[in-house]
Ligand binder design. Structure first.
Ligand code: SAM
Length: 272
């Protein structure tokens, strides 16, 4: 076995998918997926400079338009948006359910001369861990997809709703799974978000209940994420049921787009 394969095998052994990886469809399983080795490599996958260039000031502009000051980044990951928004003058609290990702976010903040305020919390019990109300919640980088159970999606949106101020907004994005499920378009061609060099992110298995992605890094290590393939209009419906009054959905940051073209949808949901 070559060295690259050795590294890949070792890395794989750390992620726990058991004997039937396609059967792993659990909302809490992200904890076993964002292991230390993956958290360490996540920034190779997203490449902060490339990502900043591709999304521009989209989120900053939306937040300012809505007069948001206090922002809760509920899927902080390695801290990309928390750092950018704090640099832009927002008051940010960074939440994640994975201690590995949160530790990396904190370290990334330190590298840029800031102390991120981090809270280790699972969205399903968010209001237990979060004090006060926020002007905005951001849940970005295709994170909501980790919830496999419909009741838990309802519950999480209710939790988000409850920690927002009366006129707060939720900004939540998702991969365009409609294109993937309906076998339309040419996959993640535009590389928004996942724009690191020498890193491959590709679907390994897709059905109506599972999108299993494989991430291959330059050092030969391989990781997987099991996600629920959210359809765009389903998510909009969930948000409406949670009580959000207006939901605007952008495709790759544009207001008008053809359904199957964008790689990502970004929902901006208003409470009032
Ligand atoms: N927002 C970051 C980005 O764009 O780079 C991270 C995105 S990563 C795909 C998803 C993040 O959501 C992970 O850091 C994971 O730990 C977190 N996450 C998934 N399910 C969660 C839950 N139920 N509660 C809290 N965090 C969760």
């Amino acid at each position: 076995m070559g060295n690259e394969q050795n590294v890949a095998t070792m890395a794989n052994q750390e992620q726990e998918f058991g004997e039937e990886p396609l059967e792993v469809r659990e909302s809490g399983h992200y904890q076993d997926e964002y292991i230390k080795g993956f958290a360490e490599r996540w920034d190779d996958l997203i490449d902060w400079d490339g990502r900043a260039a591709s999304e521009g000031d989209f989120f900053i502009d939306v937040l300012r338009q809505h007069g948001a000051k206090h922002v809760l980044d509920v899927a902080a990951g390695t801290g990309f948006h928390s750092v950018r928004l704090q640099e832009a003058g927002f008051d940010v609290v960074s939440v994640d359910g994975s201690p590995n990702m949160l530790a990396k976010a904190f370290a990334n903040g330190r590298k840029r001369g800031m102390i991120l305020r981090t809270v280790h919390s699972d969205w399903r019990w968010l209001s237990r861990d979060i004090v006060g109300r926020y002007d905005a919640i951001i849940c970005l980088g295709n994170s909501f997809t980790h919830l496999f159970d419909e009741n838990q999606r309802h519950r999480v949106l209710a939790e988000f709703y409850s920690v927002l101020a009366h006129d707060g907004i939720l900004i939540l994005d998702q991969r365009n799974y409609d294109a993937l499920l309906d076998n339309q378009g040419d996959g993640p061609s535009h590389q928004y978000y996942y724009c690191g060099d020498d890193v491959k992110a590709e679907p390994e298995h897709v059905d109506e209940g599972l999108a299993r992605f494989r991430y291959t890094f330059a050092d030969g290590s391989v990781f997987h994420l099991n996600m629920f393939p959210l359809r765009r209009d389903y998510v909009r419906g969930l948000m409406r049921e949670a009580g959000f009054q207006q939901i605007d959905t952008y495709g790759d940051f544009q207001e008008s787009y053809k359904h199957y073209d964008p790689d990502f949808f970004i929902h901006v949901a208003q409470k009032a």
